[in-house]
Design a protein around this ligand. Structure first.
Ligand SMILES: O=c1ccn([C@@H]2O[C@H](COP(=O)(O)OP(=O)(O)O[C@H]3O[C@H](CO)[C@@H](O)[C@H](O)[C@H]3O)[C@@H](O)[C@H]2O)c(=O)[nH]1
Ligand SMILES: [Mn+2]
Length: 747
């Protein structure tokens, strides 16, 4: 009964009140006084991050339910390729059909790829028959759109070839890439050359869709060239801007953090909205109300101290059994949700709505200098207004728009340290949020249903391990930097500080875990336990730890709503990641701290979207070997061999404490149970049949046991040895005593 009360006791499960928002900000004449909102989408590689999925994301933003004249969408393209730009231009064109269609029939979700992939299309709008016709028409247009996008690469190449041929190039002159209006592309060329390659090209800011008018614009009725009746539908589109910041060799471009900062400045010149939403290119808006839901938390009572609103990351394309815990349910539905009660969740990189002035380094209003611990202390010094930072934010003399994306712009400014997204780690997110929290800002967690945003997760084991390696490295880097949460300001809630310490030190668990998963199994082989005979205190301590873990598990399942299956998956992947990626992260960061060597990272590969593959989860069992897999493999072998040897020793009569041995073997199996998804993954496509893993394990087990029994010199005198001895009985008794001294069973 008590357990069932838990969800009801949740005091921090706030839901955004969209009805109130509508009443307060939307006017009967169709205008709205909602604050401006800039959406930033970052992309870095149109091949690794399929361009169609980026287009899906952009279209979902353009079609979201937010006043168009107050919404601007920015796409940052770090590849600087014409392919990205032209694909976005196509998307902007398709949006003139797609967006009114979504509005007319209340389509959900509003990313066309995601929408047409749905098996069923629940009907929500005006007239059923009209809907079916409209949908058929849009579907056809969408297929054409897709075909054009897929042909772009070829088209651009062909066009450039003919322009280059016509230009009659001299020997050694670079082959340019040409835009459709007959000029050379400022960014990266297909044939990379000086000033026109990745990491070395001019800054580009191009407006794809201009700012819309401030009054509603109803569309035309159905006609020959426009078969859809848009006569009652507002056909305006939000502004859409393509940005590719300047890149020069010799400059550290700071990956996504640098891209976000360039966007922050470019958008300040163009639209300067007070709120900024940050989305990765593989994430799209799945719930058209998501933007309003986030804004709700920014406009409520006491919201002026909220720096950002973090949404959970939800994923699609993950295999149904979620072998590598890609959904991260405990983290999103447990940890982040709980942090909401401790002045706010951490920032996790995407699906996050920011208050612009926070990114400019401003301090929150009404904060008490004493922080949450000593509220009475700092009353005198309480600040009442937003405090401006004493930092250089702009460069005198820089030209607006393109100029603010210049590679050298940030020199001698606070960008990357106190302004914008923070540099210096392989993950920018946690530390950026942390810098805000220590200034006294709070954050909010916004979990709505249907999910606000959905992205893709790497379902391949190798990709997944590298992603986790990057996260854990980034976390540790924070711990070894000036942003160590031990020394953060008094504005942190004490438990929030504990959480931040946890978040920046968790990779160290690798060291303990590897010890615990190997030493007990190894001691079966050696026969010598290094663990002392447990004392009463030890059992008390153990009971407390186990009790705490149990309470935690109950909370995670009952309060956070994580299913027991997902709970086990999280545990399993934690062990896999801990003994591989976390260990590597510790080694990497120690190397960085000691030898001052920089750490670099590759982009996470995304699943190709819209690719009509036969098996959507094919990538799951593609084996790409990496040294990260060595430790888990060793641990698996040690545990199988350990239990096999123990089994052989009992069978052989060498050990008589079979109950205690069984306890130990159970512990080994517990370890193996956790590494089961990993084993399945490295067996490749054979792993698809679950039995194969078990067969392999059983095989190793039996071989070891048989070898152990049959090669006499590697083990002590067993039953056969003892029987042949003259003083057999005495020897056995003596042995038993000896064993009692060295072998302490596991609880
Ligand atoms: O030089 C770069 C590198 C990356 N990106 C973009 O940054 C985003 C995230 O990069 P990705 O390699 O996809 O990282 P993931 O592992 O998928 O992302 C998670 O981890 C990142 C680092 O912590 C966070 O920034 C992300 O928001 C979070 O979803 C993508 O949109 C990229 O296009 C750039 O714009 N420029
Ligand atoms: Mn991602």
């Amino acid at each position: 009964w008590l357990l069932d009360q838990l969800p009801k006791l949740n005091p921090i499960n706030r839901v955004p009140d969209l009805a109130v928002l509508r009443r307060r900000f939307d006017h009967p004449d169709g205008t709205s006084s909602l604050p401006g909102l800039d959406v930033f989408v970052t992309t870095a590689d149109p091949i690794k991050e399929p361009i169609l999925s980026t287009a899906n994301s952009i279209l979902s933003i353009l079609a979201a339910d937010y006043p168009v004249e107050r919404n601007t969408c920015y796409l940052s393209d770090d590849s600087g390729m014409l392919l990205t730009y032209e694909a976005m231009a196509e998307a902007a064109k398709f949006a003139t059909l797609w967006v009114p269609f979504c509005r007319k029939h209340a389509i959900e979700p509003r990313g066309p790829e995601s929408y047409f992939e749905l098996k069923s299309h629940p009907y929500m709008g005006r007239a059923q028959e009209e809907f079916v016709n409209d949908r058929r028409r849009v579907r056809k247009e969408y297929d054409d759109f897709k075909a054009r996008i897929n042909a772009l690469e070829h088209d651009i190449k062909q066009r450039s070839d003919s322009y280059n041929a016509a230009a009659g190039l001299k020997d050694g002159e670079p082959l340019a890439t040409w835009t459709s209006d007959g000029s050379q592309w400022d960014g990266t060329w297909i044939e990379p050359s000086e000033n026109h390659r990745k990491g070395d090209h001019a800054g580009i800011v191009l407006v794809l869709l201009d700012h819309p008018s401030h009054t509603r614009q109803l569309g035309p009725p159905a006609s020959a060239e426009n078969p859809l009746d848009f006569s009652g539908v507002d056909v305006r589109l939000p502004m859409l801007v393509y940005v590719s910041r300047e890149k020069r060799p010799g400059h550290n471009h700071q990956k996504k953090a640098g891209a976000m900062n360039a966007l922050t400045r470019a958008s300040a010149v163009l639209s300067n909205s007070p709120f900024i939403l940050n989305l990765d290119c593989d994430h799209y808006i799945n719930n058209s109300q998501a933007l309003r839901a986030g804004i709700c938390f920014m406009l409520g009572r006491d919201s002026d101290t909220v720096a950002f609103v973090q949404f959970p990351q939800r994923f699609e394309g993950v295999d149904p059994t979620d072998l590598y815990a890609n959904h991260n349910r405990i983290f999103f539905d447990g940890t982040l949700r709980a942090l909401d009660g401790l002045q706010g969740p951490i920032y996790v990189g995407t699906g996050c709505l920011f208050r612009r002035i926070t990114l400019y380094g401003f301090e929150p209003p009404r904060i008490n200098v004493g922080g949450p611990c000593f509220p009475s202390l700092g009353g005198m010094f309480a600040k009442s207004r937003y405090q401006k930072p004493g930092l250089e934010m702009t460069k005198p003399g820089a030209k607006p728009a393109v100029g603010v994306t210049a590679a050298a712009y940030e020199k001698k400014t606070g960008w990357g340290s106190d302004l914008g997204w923070v540099y210096g780690t392989v993950t920018e997110d946690v530390v950026t949020g942390y810098r805000m929290h220590i200034k006294g800002w709070r954050s909010r967690y916004c979990s709505i249903y249907p999910h606000a945003f959905i992205g893709t997760a790497p379902i391949n084991l190798t990709e997944r391990l590298f992603q986790v390696l990057r996260w854990s490295t980034g976390s540790l880097e924070i711990f070894f930097s000036r942003n160590n949460p031990l020394f953060g300001s008094t504005f942190l809630h004490p438990l929030q500080r504990v959480a931040y310490i946890n978040i920046t030190t968790y990779p160290f668990t690798a060291l303990f875990l590897i010890f615990y998963t190997t030493v007990p199994a190894l001691s079966f082989v050696t026969g010598h336990f290094i663990v002392q005979r447990p004392t009463t205190m030890f059992y008390v301590y153990l009971a407390i730890v186990l009790g705490t873990l149990l309470i935690l598990a109950v909370l995670e399942v009952k309060w956070a709503g994580v299913t027991v299956f997902e709970w086990f998956r999280n545990g399993q992947f934690w062990m896999t990641a801990s003994c591989s990626a976390y260990l590597a992260a510790v080694l990497q960061v120690v190397t960085k701290v000691v030898f001052r060597r920089d750490i670099s990272f590759k982009l996470t590969s995304k699943l190709p979207a819209g690719d009509e593959k036969k098996d959507p989860y094919a990538d799951l069992y593609v084996v790409r070997w990496t040294w990260l897999m060595i430790t888990p493999i060793i641990i698996i072998l040690v545990n199988i061999i350990g239990s096999a040897v123990a089994f052989a020793k009992v069978l052989d009569g060498e050990w008589t404490h079979w109950l205690k041995v069984a306890g130990g073997v159970f512990f080994n199996f517990w370890v193996l149970f956790h590494l089961y998804p990993f084993a399945k993954g490295i067996l490749g496509k054979h792993g698809k049949t679950p039995v194969v893993v078990l067969v392999w394990w059983a095989f190793t087990f039996v071989i070891t046991a048989v070898l152990y029994i049959n090669i006499p010199h590697i083990h002590g005198p067993g039953r056969h040895g003892a029987a042949s001895s003259l003083h057999g009985h005495h020897a056995a008794a003596h042995k038993k005593m000896q064993l009692d001294r060295v072998f302490y069973g596991w609880p």
